[in-house]
Design a protein around this ligand. Structure first.
Ligand SMILES: Cc1ncc(COP(=O)(O)O)c(C=O)c1O
Length: 435
């Protein structure tokens, strides 16, 4: 009888729905019940869809045929041109594939390479579960909060030397989710030399490269290690269209790179078939380098930078150790210096800390342990993209104020950012209880 079948694929052992999506649903439930919740749990850029993209999507609503599994050829051409211009690395169309979000493409590459996976600590929540689903071994490279969680190449080397799998994959993500750190040019070069010398593939997740706050310039590792690097990106972050599900991957321009891309096309054609046709036509506008779209991306990025910088500064004033937040809309906030006060409240893990903040202060965050940070380290991932941008009206209002020339001090005032100030005073109340 069907209800007697109680065991499933063991690859799913211990896996639960992605914590980012879970916290988002939890907060939405609270809001629906009329509760206040400070949503720092989900990294979703909240700005409006750019009018050009919107108009193009409407114009292309009648595009209803299946498209090639690798993607719409005109879109692929524009993606190659765009990345060549932005990263200052020549890419040809033959290196590009378009998929339903970069998440699915990352899964596809992990499946194809079937490699031992090396992840910096911390790393985005989905890389490791994807590897687990595929039966690939995962090793987190230890790092220190004191070093801003910078990847340590010597520590990586120890793990690499312990792996007897000839296929090795390192995933890097700069600007980084959850730390907001941007890898420097000098570091990227050093890492490229190391990976080349040790035959390590690099999946360079550059989905936030258009959201750099200016302190450190984005450099792709493909600049120094083109033959071993897969560049991944998409529209979700800098154009605020995560729900459109458009991701791209650019494979190395080598014979092996071509063969691997063919395998990715097999994977695409046997699973998602192709990204929705109207969306692909509309996405062309995002890769045309129109001046107005480019300016929109710059403005949205600047607003993310102002908001993230403000929240970071205020938390540091409260005594919370925060990562540098040079890009994206995230801060990794560490509470280890309050460990005595925390343990008096029975809080000994980051998950307990996140739970306490949600239950007692309605602050939604994610524990650093979801990102591979050891669970007794009291680090939380705070996302800054949602506060005071809960509705389309709110995000448009802030965009208009910024665009109208309002300075960052006034923009971040309590009148314009009441929820952010509310979240910070909730943090201040909490800190009083653990000092
Ligand atoms: C670091 C990182 N990589 C990849 C993704 C996946 O983005 P998408 O599948 O929307 O392209 C996300 C989304 O949160 C992310 O933060």
């Amino acid at each position: 009888m069907i209800d007697k079948i109680t065991s499933f694929n063991p690859a799913f052992e211990g896996l639960v729905p992605s914590s980012t999506l879970f916290i988002n649903e939890t907060v939405n439930d609270l809001w629906q019940q009329g509760e206040q919740a400070f949503h720092m749990g989900f990294g979703e850029s909240r700005f409006d869809v750019h009018p050009r993209l919107k108009a193009s999507l409407i114009d292309n609503a009648n595009k209803k045929s299946y498209l090639p599994a690798r993607g719409l050829p005109q879109l692929i051409d524009r993606v190659a041109d765009y990345y060549s211009a932005k990263l200052e690395i020549p890419f040809s169309s033959s290196q590009v594939i378009v998929g339903p979000g970069s998440k699915s493409l990352i899964y596809g590459l992990q499946m194809i390479l079937n490699a031992d996976l090396f992840l910096p600590t911390p790393s985005w929540v989905s890389y490791a579960p994807q590897a687990q689903l595929l039966g690939n071994k995962v090793s987190y490279v230890p790092s220190a909060v004191e070093d801003n969680y910078q990847l340590d190449i010597d520590a990586l080397d120890v793990l690499v030397k312990n792996s007897d799998n000839p296929r090795k994959l390192l995933i890097i993500n700069s600007p980084n989710n959850p730390t907001g750190a941007v890898m420097s040019d000098a570091f990227i070069k050093q890492l490229a030399d190391y990976c080349r010398a040790n035959d390590i593939w690099v999946l360079s997740d550059e989905i936030y490269f258009q959201v750099c706050h200016g302190e450190v310039e984005h450099v792709s590792i493909a600049k120094y290690y083109p033959e071993g690097t897969f560049v991944f990106g998409g529209l979700s972050k800098h154009l605020s269209v995560g729900g459109w599900r458009v991701g791209v991957a650019l494979f190395p321009d080598t014979e092996l790179g071509k063969q691997l891309l063919e395998k990715m096309v097999v994977f695409a054609s046997e699973t998602w078939s192709g990204v929705s046709a109207p969306i692909q036509y509309a996405a062309i506008e995002a890769y045309q380098q129109h001046d107005d779209v480019e300016q929109y991306v710059v403005d949205c990025c600047a607003i993310h930078g102002i908001r993230t910088g403000f929240i970071r500064k205020e938390l540091v004033k409260l005594g919370v150790r925060c990562t540098s937040a040079q890009g994206g809309f995230y801060i990794a906030a560490n509470f280890d210096s309050f460990s005595d006060g925390l343990s008096k409240l029975g809080i000994n893990t980051a998950a307990q800390l996140a739970r306490h903040l949600l239950d007692e202060y309605h602050i939604a965050t994610l524990p650093g342990s979801d990102f591979g940070i050891p669970e007794h380290t009291q680090t939380l991932r705070l996302s800054t993209s949602y506060l005071d941008m809960e509705t389309e009206f709110d995000s448009q209002r802030l965009y208009d104020l910024y665009n109208g020339g309002l300075g960052s001090k006034s923009l971040m005032g309590i009148d314009n950012h009441p929820v952010t100030h509310g979240a910070l005073s909730a943090f201040a109340q909490f800190i009083k209880t653990i000092c």
